[in-house]
Design a protein around this ligand. Structure first.
Ligand code: AHR
Length: 307
């Protein structure tokens, strides 16, 4: 029936009765809020009937939401998978129901690429490499060990896995750069603060913090200040995202370098929905374009930042 419905839309060209089910990860970070707003705004501009579900960072909730979308016979399902593994069964159910699936933001590790139409989002390995490259450049003349602590994103998520791998790859040429502690902060401010407190207690000399997102860096900054240290000076900080609060902290010199991860995926997603329903061929991988910001660059960019 879902296929039949899509057929009608292909021929009638109408968008007003297109339904899109979107299963979001949660509301764990400033990035996620900006991403949700982008999807809701773009769906409403496109005139699509958006069915939005918030999984509160739990895979089981996302799977439930996808199954509900299948029952509701939506035209297209899109989602940002909280973790990489464990999607094959539910994706197969969507495929059997004839409902195309679009991945946004995060990838799945399914071997069968026919289970989804396309994956729109950042190259997280590249983001990690940019972070590591900047650090390597900063410490290229180091003659003593540089102690790095790492706040990882949600365990098992594509950005946590890839940002770690990319960073390690980029710093491996400089033997003075040492990751002395690495733990998940679940992409949240509260957890970032809590884990940083523990890092500070256990490690007398921390030179650098690499946080997989701005929110964890912002939480860690609170812990660093509470310990009587100056973020950005006593401990250099690198993070990923470039959301407003992160850019604000960077412009104040508390974060030294931010690698951008663009959350404004809504317009590209709506284009993909239109294209898939029109029977057009879509690229299997659509990579988002992103930059980087030093403190100075963050200060200059902040007034025009949209999120
Ligand atoms: O998947 C993108 C990541 O998820 C963002 O970097 C992080 O802030 C968010 O929670």
């Amino acid at each position: 029936a879902a296929c039949g419905k899509s057929e009608d839309k292909k021929t009638s060209g109408s968008t007003s009765d297109i339904s899109l089910g979107f299963a979001q990860v949660g509301a764990e970070s400033g990035w996620r809020t900006a991403n949700t707003n982008s999807i809701k705004d773009s769906a409403s501009e496109a005139g699509f009937d958006l069915k939005f579900s918030d999984a509160q960072q739990k895979q089981e909730n996302q799977i439930k939401a996808i199954r509900t979308f299948i029952q509701q016979k939506v035209d297209v399902i899109a989602f940002s998978p909280v973790v990489e593994s464990g999607w094959d069964t539910v994706l197969k159910e969507a495929k059997d129901a004839g409902i195309p699936v679009i991945l946004t933001d995060r990838a799945v590790d399914s071997k069968d690429e026919s289970l989804y139409v396309t994956f729109i989002g950042s190259d997280f390995v590249e983001e990690g490499k940019k972070a590591g490259q900047w650090l390597s450049d900063q410490y290229k003349d180091a003659s003593a060990d540089v102690n790095i602590v790492e706040l990882q994103g949600t365990t098992g998520s594509a950005p946590a896995i890839d940002r770690k791998a990319g960073f390690e790859e980029a710093i491996k040429g400089n033997s003075h750069l040492k990751i002395i502690a690495s733990q998940t902060g679940d992409f949240t401010r509260a957890k970032g603060k809590e884990v940083m407190q523990a890092f500070l207690k256990a490690n007398p000399k921390i030179d650098v913090l690499y946080a997989h997102n701005d929110d964890m860096a912002l939480g860690a900054i609170q812990a660093i200040e509470a310990a009587g240290l100056k973020p950005g000076v006593d401990i250099k900080i690198i993070s990923v995202d470039a959301v407003h609060d992160g850019m604000q902290a960077a412009s104040e010199g508390k974060i030294n370098y931010i690698v951008e991860c663009n959350p404004l995926l809504g317009p590209q997603l709506m284009d993909a929905v239109r294209d898939v329903l029109a029977g057009k061929t879509i690229e299997k991988r659509i990579v988002t374009k992103e930059g980087t910001f030093t403190s100075e660059e963050a200060k200059a960019a902040l007034p025009d930042r949209k999120y």
